[in-house]
Design a protein around this ligand. Sequence first.
Ligand code: MN
Length: 252
Amino acid sequence: MSLQPGRAARLADTHCHVDLYPDPAALVKRVEACGIYTIAVTNTPSVFPRMREMVEGCRYVRAAIGLHPELAVERAGELHLMWRLLPETRYVGEVGLDYVTDEPRSRRRQREVFSQIVERCDTSGDKILTVHSRRAADDVLEILGEKFRGKVILHWYSGSARVLDRAISRGFYISVNTAMTTSEKSRQLLRRVPKQHILCETDGPFVRTASGVPVDPFATSDVVSNLAREWDMPMEAARDTIYQNFATLLGG
Ligand code: MN
C-alpha cells in the first residue's frame, strides 16, 4: 500500500494518544500529509485545548476530549473543564471504565463520571465516543444503555463474547489494533464481529511493535493487512470495507 503525501490513504486510526509522543506536532504533520484520519484522544480535559489548537486547519486529524477512567478520581478537579469543552467537539475519548482496580470507591467514582459524560453526550446526540472497558464491559454497556443517541466505538475490547454480541446488536463499533490482531484470544473474539462493525485504532504510543517501537497511525496499515488475512480477502478490499465503516461512522 502506498502512503503518498497529499493523497488520502483510506485509513483511519480512531484511537491514538497523539499528545503522548515526543513530538506531537511533527506526527500530526506526517499523518495529515498522508491523509490518515486520526482521532487524537486525550486522557484529561486540560490537554484537549492544546490538542485542538495543534490540529487546527487539519483535514484528517481530529481532537477528542477525554477523561481516562484510571484518572477519574485523581483528576476530578478537571470535570468542570469537561463540561465546558464537551459542546465544542464531536469526538469524545478516552472515556469509560477500568476495573483493574478492585477499590469499590474508585469503581463507583468511575461509574459516576462515565454516566455523567454519557448523559451529556446523549443530550447533544451527535457524539462519537471511543470507550475503554477493561474488565468492565458489562457496566460500560449498562451505562450506555439501549438508546444512546451517538456513536460508540469499543476500544481494545477484551470482555466476554456475550457482552460483545450485545454491543454488536446495539450497533457499536469495535476498534482493532495490532496487539489485538496478534493475540489468539482477541482474534477469537474478533471472529464474532461482522466486518461492518470493525474500525482500526493503534492506541499508540502504548502499543509497540515486536521490536519495541511505539506504533503510530501508520500502523493502521498493518491492522488492515492482518484483518485481510483473517478474513481471507485482498488487502485493498479489507481496507475499503473498514474505510467505508469509518465514513458511515462520521456520516450519519
Ligand atoms: Mn488508549
